[in-house]
Design a protein around this ligand. Structure first.
Ligand SMILES: O=C(CO)COP(=O)(O)O
Length: 248
């Protein structure tokens, strides 16, 4: 039985002034213990958020593949752990686009996180052009082939399917498309790690809101959501947590 996970990704948003939102989200998480809730905040807020919201796991949004060294501006897994992070997102399409990260980079970053006991959310997803050309399935499968870390197991690894064209656009695939891609991902994982794939959570991300969460989260192979814009305030994020709790 896979528990639903509602994960927020604050991206490059959030200052100390927004700590009240984190407290309100933590309170909602405590009120819905049948759902797992996670908030991935900017690196600068991890320590404070982890202290303020001690029942709410706090995640990071990137990690370097090395533990230390001459890598100006980068943050390592031991640093994230020390700050209080429990999980890190790797392979997000914004990092693929903005920082030219590859699936191999995601693989190496996931391995670094794993070495230090950080959980990982590994993202995949096609661009609009790939989607329109009917190549989404092949692209996503190839991303998983290249990025699935060694020792991939459901107790530390979660997959997130985030079609790039659905991120921050208000556009989402149809429910049939989401269901189909998640089933394809589950089958791909089964081929790579066997029966453990049945317990691995696959999140959907891309314009999830309080209005569409219930129908998306009800789909068979959708085990939660990775939420950007609608995770920035408790007013928008809590309804998504509630929708997941209603289904769980
Ligand atoms: O990229 C996302 C989460 O990682 C999704 O962002 P939006 O929910 O803002 O579309």
């Amino acid at each position: 039985m896979r528990r639903k996970l509602v994960a927020g990704n604050w991206k490059m948003h959030g200052l100390r002034a927004h700590m009240a939102e984190i407290e309100a989200i933590a309170a909602a998480a405590a009120a819905h213990p049948q759902v797992d809730v996670l908030l991935c905040v900017p690196a600068t807020l991890i320590a404070l958020a982890a202290e303020v919201a001690d029942n709410l796991p706090i995640g990071a949004q990137d990690v370097h593949e090395n533990d230390l060294g001459a890598h100006t501006g980068c943050v390592s897994a031991p640093m994230l752990l020390e700050a209080g992070a429990k999980v890190v997102i790797v392979g997000h399409s914004e990092r693929r686009a903005d920082q030219h990260e590859t699936s191999h980079d995601a693989w190496a970053k996931a391995a670094a996180a794993r070495r230090h006991g950080l959980g990982v959310i590994l993202c995949c997803g096609e661009t609009e052009a790939e989607h329109d050309a009917g190549r989404a399935e092949r692209i996503v499968q190839s991303q998983i082939e290249k990025s699935l870390p060694d020792g991939a197991a459901p107790d530390w690894l979660t997959i997130a399917y985030e079609p790039r064209w659905a991120i921050g656009t208000g556009k989402t695939p149809t429910l049939e498309e989401i269901a189909s891609m998640h089933a394809i991902l589950r089958a791909k994982l089964r081929g790579m790690i066997g029966a453990a794939a049945n317990d691995m959570r696959i999140l959907y991300g891309g314009s999830v809101t309080g209005s569409n969460a219930a129908s998306i989260l009800a789909l068979e192979d959708v085990d939660g959501a990775l939420v950007g814009g609608a995770s920035l305030t408790a007013a928008k994020f809590v309804p998504i947590i509630e929708a997941a709790a209603h289904i769980a």
